[in-house]
Write a new protein. Structure first.
Length: 72
């Protein structure tokens, strides 16, 4: 299942690329996309895994861009 999330305060395209690469490495993530211009993130994963996966995604994103918030 593919889900889209809005991002808040993502500051640069380089950070978006780093976040995308880190999210793709998480177990259970089939695909991920982080778009700096639209401030949106798309994650493809098994629907049953999203509840446990999203806290990991938030943690990974906070490491790369501490000011960025994912609007769940």
């Amino acid at each position: 299942m593919k889900k889209k999330f809005n991002l808040e305060d993502l500051d640069c395209a380089n950070c978006a690329a780093k976040m995308e690469a880190a999210i793709k490495k998480l177990d259970g993530v089939e695909d991920a996309s982080v778009n700096f211009l639209t401030q949106k993130m798309t994650i493809t994963a098994d629907e049953a895994r999203f509840a446990t996966l999203m806290p990991e995604v938030v943690k990974v994103c906070a490491k790369v861009e501490p000011d960025c918030r994912i609007l769940l």
